[in-house]
Design a protein around this ligand. Structure first.
Ligand code: SF4
Ligand code: SF4
Length: 309
């Protein structure tokens, strides 16, 4: 089954990958991040991000990695973009905020009103540790409590804290609304933790997760399941329609998944530098789709912002 052709709409989000270095090495990681990865965005590319945001009237800077906080210019970037009064998202793995040298970062993020989107694939300790590593659950809970103390996660508050769920195995995620209620009640009851929204994401059959499926003999059945559950209503809101994804070298992609697969679309502008030197509209550009895209449209749909329907 071929994935339908789709085009770019109005650009709203610049998603920037600052590099693949991470303090964790999760099984499902689609960027194969880890402590020994060396790739980091250079100073030049970081310096032109504010200009691109300004020139293209971008509403959200979505910072990702690896653990983006490990980039030496992470705070520098936030300081510059704060002045543009756009939404800034830190895709945070939580545990980095307990590592030596990063203990003051939660206060800094709160002061800068940075939205935190944090992965917590389950409210059960065993499941989280199985997917993300030994003691990750306990350490994540410690950080969530600290963020709550700083004012993160209050209903109607300025400091937004969203959690991300993805299935532990080869299945589609359950409906976002009912799972959010369950998460909220269990995390509140057991640990006194609150958060704003639960974002439910499907696992993409690429990189580390694809290797896991292959090892389990489930790659073909997982792909067929995604295709069988394709919902064309989700095509209008898949994230690539309003997002540009930038890799650590400044190359542009339609989304983070295409970036990890090295699937650029060979249409100008191709780099962050191109974007900063021109002011060309990308609206109407064809998106480079392939079989993995069914991971975004299956069932209730999936994107960096959670379910689509
Ligand atoms: S914390 Fe995130 S970036 Fe780091 S290894 Fe896990 S999934 Fe990958
Ligand atoms: S994988 Fe990327 S290009 Fe494909 S539909 Fe999803 S967001 Fe769009």
């Amino acid at each position: 089954m071929d994935f339908p052709s789709i085009d770019k709409g109005k650009l709203k989000t610049l998603q920037v990958n600052l590099g693949y270095k991470c303090n964790q090495s999760c099984h499902h990681c689609h960027v194969n991040a880890g402590p020994f990865r060396k790739e980091m965005m250079d100073e030049f590319n970081i310096s032109i991000i504010p200009k691109v945001i300004n020139d293209y009237h971008i509403e959200t800077l979505d910072i990702t990695g690896g653990a983006p906080e490990m980039h030496p210019l992470f705070k520098d970037l936030i300081e510059k973009v704060c002045k543009l009064e756009v939404e800034i998202i830190d895709r945070c793995n939580l545990t980095i905020l307990l590592e030596a040298g990063y203990e003051e970062l939660p206060e800094y993020l709160a002061k800068s009103k940075v939205k935190i989107i944090a992965s917590l694939p389950c409210y059960e300790e065993e499941n989280v540790n199985k997917q993300r590593g030994k003691d990750v659950f306990k350490r994540s809970i410690t950080v969530l409590k600290k963020l709550n103390k700083l004012g993160y996660g209050n209903k109607d508050g300025v400091l937004k804290l969203d959690l991300v769920y993805n299935p532990v195995g080869a299945s589609l995620p359950p409906p976002q609304g009912s799972l959010e209620k369950q998460y909220k009640s269990i995390l509140k009851e057991r640990y006194g933790i609150k958060f704003n929204n639960l974002l439910v994401l499907a696992n993409m059959p690429i990189n580390r997760f694809s290797k896991y499926l292959q090892k389990e003999g489930k790659l073909n059945s997982y792909q067929s399941m995604l295709e069988r559950n394709h919902n064309s209503n989700n095509l209008k809101s898949v994230m690539c329609r309003s997002t540009i994804s930038v890799d650590w070298q400044g190359n542009l992609f339609d989304c983070d998944f295409n970036q990890q697969l090295g699937k650029s679309n060979n249409i100008f502008p191709r780099t962050l530098k191109d974007l900063s030197e021109t002011n060309i509209s990308i609206e109407g550009n064809n998106i480079n789709v392939d079989s993995h895209c069914f991971g975004c449209t299956a069932g209730n749909g999936s994107s960096c912002g959670g379910s689509l329907t």
